[in-house]
Design a protein around this ligand. Sequence first.
Ligand code: PXL
Length: 276
Amino acid sequence: MSYKRILTIQDISCVGQCSLTVALPILSSCGIETCILPSAVLSTHTAGFSGFTFRVLTDDMPFIEKHWQKENIKFEAIYTGYLGSVKQIGYVKSIMETAGTDNMVSIVDPAMADNGKLYPLFNDEYVQAMKKLCFGADIILPNITEACFLTDYEYKETYTKDYIDEILRRLVNSGAKTVILTGVSYREGKTGVVVYENGNYSYYEHRKIAKGCHGTGDVYASAFTGAYLNGKSAYDAAKIAADYTVACIENTQGDPDHWYGVKFETALNMLGDMIK
Ligand code: PXL
């Protein structure tokens, strides 16, 4: 049985079911040894809570990288999510260069924007730095908002296939290799993901549950990474991650107190079954 060791770099939001508190359990349940590099520690995530604490761990990063080099610690994949600062993106790029095995896969979720807006704390300088990280990665998983920021293209709430094709064309022209574009909806009640790989586009459409939920991008990217590193194709991993995320959203519906994330734990068994 293949057993992989990977690294994920994203924040610890102590409360809020996102980033590392989601990535670790999902990747572990996919049978992958998951090492972590926390980009920052926050009391909660930044989308909906006010007065959160935020401590970046930027200054530790080069020392952590040096220690791993000394110990010859290497990872078969590096998957990044929410990062803490522009300087940190530079350190992450360096870690991608020094801490990977020869055939390391880099997976970048830009995790910086949604619904047409950057998350609080991010600005244009951050977007410019994120472009460099994304366009050097093997696989990126932007939503439409992030893809528009990455390609300096206008964000639209309603669109046709031509608009999505243009976003993909711009991403690929900028250097993107494999793209998993999430939240692409062409008709009422449905949404889906476009997978671009080796010059081919495919679309997986699934049910859209009325209300958008926080944290689903992290659930999706983690499940995708887990499935992909278990040998699924990019398209199959994108499909599995979509079905799993939909189940998590369904299991969270009807609980207004649970507005801050999705109950991703409730469908981990289903994810495991889909990956087998
Ligand atoms: O889910 C993305 C995310 C991760 N981490 C933090 C966030 C967000 C989105 O707002 O605030 C701290």
